[in-house]
Design a protein around this ligand. Structure first.
Ligand code: DQA
Length: 154
């Protein structure tokens, strides 16, 4: 069964109350519940984890190597600052998709650069909670196609 690690970075525990005009009113629990349902419909599973601490996110990425096939990540503010999270994704070599609730490219200049974009399959930004659902779908489709290709080759 395909297993996806979903990582949420700093301040995303406050979704629902945090600047709803920018991030929407859907809570993190609601997003996680919807992701689990979406994965379940496709015979996959998700494990979700939120941390406000960079090193905890790095540790979680390392642990994915043993337990998961791919990573869906909203690194939040660490997107724009963290070489450590970028290196961790690069090190484990698992397919990853970067998501953002807001359209980071329409916001302040410091949000336009992502340290993660170069080491992920792609970025989905600006669709609110839907960014996560689209990102999960993209990751599952990628992994399903990959396992089909691998199986055909062997
Ligand atoms: C965010 C965008 C980041 O710039 C910001 O620091 C966040 C959330 C988003 O989902 O839109 O905390 O990743």
């Amino acid at each position: 069964m395909l297993s996806i690690l979903v990582l949420h970075g700093p301040n995303l525990n406050l979704l629902g109350v945090r600047e709803p005009g920018i991030y929407g009113s859907t809570t993190l629990l609601e997003i996680n519940t919807s992701l689990a349902a979406l994965a379940d419909k496709q015979g996959a599973r998700v494990e979700t984890f939120q941390s406000n601490h960079e090193g905890m996110l790095v540790d979680a990425i390392h642990s994915a190597l043993e337990f998961h096939h791919g990573i869906l990540i909203n690194a939040a503010a660490y997107t724009h600052t963290s070489v450590a999270i970028r290196d961790a994704i690069s090190a484990v070599k698992l397919p990853a998709v970067e998501v953002h609730l807001s359209n980071v490219h329409q916001r302040e200049a410091f949000r336009h650069h992502s340290y993660l974009s170069a080491v992920v399959l792609g970025q989905i930004s600006g669709f609110g909670a839907q960014s996560y659902y689209l990102g999960l779908q993209a990751l599952l489709t990628h992994l399903q196609q990959k396992s089909f290709t691998d199986a055909s080759a062997s």
